[in-house]
Design a protein around this ligand. Structure first.
Ligand code: NAI
Length: 286
């Protein structure tokens, strides 16, 4: 698949916070899109949320009824990974190296060796995920931002083995999905998450030390012009996902203290307070 013209069918693995938005824009851009998750309930929730997003788009005059109908007609769902046969597959499941490697090995087995495999990982080096593959040259990082159907930026990350033609096709695909693609080097957290990590880590430290509460920290950061404070943002991202990203970066940078995960955040994760998606996080959404 060295040319964008050969990409007709897109697979999206994981129908959570990110997978649903990615599937939406792929279907809207005219690709036959198959969305896979191990949980049937996650797929049902994803379709509802895509329908809601498209409806909102119509209300705002940004999406036409025809675009909505085409997008929904292009979209299918499955809980059977063997049905995910596509020209370009984007993975958006838990931020865990071993789980991702297992899923990619399965995808590689059932797909042609021309299929491009991409990960939406926030922090795990692409070279590491690709190391377990038979064709790591066809594996690339394609990092969207949340909400994926709205945020314009996509980081395209080449691992040590990634074929540059594959990276180029990924960039063009991102553009076809209405995004601005930036080529990033393979390093833990890439560009945005590495710089932004301190926004969360330092916010959590200020909270842990009792310097200020959640609302005060968020309000002050917003008053400086940030769209959201760190706790509002963690609730949007998913407190569990954000915690996994920090933990992954802490380990990748040889336990560098500046990336140390917070106990307060660990507790939220243990309690199932994962943010907006679970109804409760640093704030209550119930
Ligand atoms: P999420 O927790 O909202 O959703 C993950 C989905 O994957 C769930 O529906 C779960 O059932 C499914 N899943 C878990 N294991 C699976 C498996 N083995 N096979 C298939 N499906 C499986 O996670 P989220 O937030 O969408 O994150 C997914 C990936 O995207 C992570 O790598 C994360 O770092 C990255 N990411 C997250 C962003 C965010 O703001 N939440 C932003 C950019 C990237």
């Amino acid at each position: 698949m060295d040319s964008i013209d050969n990409i007709k069918r897109v697979g999206v693995i994981g129908a959570g916070t990110m997978g649903q938005g990615i599937a939406q824009i792929a279907a809207m851009a005219g690709f036959k899109t198959v969305l896979f998750d191990i949980e049937k309930a996650a797929l049902e929730k994803a379709i509802k949320s895509i329908e809601k997003n498209l409806e909102k788009g119509i209300e705002k005059g940004k999406v036409t009824q025809e675009q909505k109908d085409t997008a929904l007609a292009n979209l299918s769902t499955t809980v059977d990974i063997d049905e995910v046969k596509a020209d370009f597959i984007i993975e958006a499941i838990v931020e865990d190296l071993a789980v991702k490697q297992k899923v990619f090995a399965q995808l590689e087995r059932i797909n042609s060796d021309r299929t491009i495999l991409a990960s939406n990982t926030s922090s795990i080096p692409i070279t590491q995920i690709g190391a377990g593959l038979e064709n790591p040259e066809r594996f690339v990082g394609m990092h969207f931002f949340n909400p994926a159907h709205i945020m314009k930026l996509v980081e395209v990350i080449s691992g040590a083995a990634t074929d540059q033609k594959v990276a180029q096709v990924t960039k063009v695909l991102a553009e076809k999905l209405g995004k601005v693609a930036v080529m990033a080097k393979d390093s833990p957290g890439f560009i945005v998450n590495r710089v932004a990590r301190h926004f969360y880590v330092e916010g959590l430290k200020v909270l842990e030390e009792g310097v200020a509460d959640v609302e005060t920290i968020d309000t002050l950061m917003q008053s400086l012009g940030f769209k959201m404070g760190p706790f509002q943002l963690m609730d949007l991202i998913g407190v569990d996902t954000n915690f996994s990203v920090t933990t992954s970066m802490f380990n990748s940078f040889y336990q560098d203290a500046k990336f140390r995960p917070s106990r307060i955040q660990q507790q939220k994760v243990d309690a199932g307070h994962h943010g907006r998606k679970s109804g409760k996080g640093f704030y209550n959404y119930e």
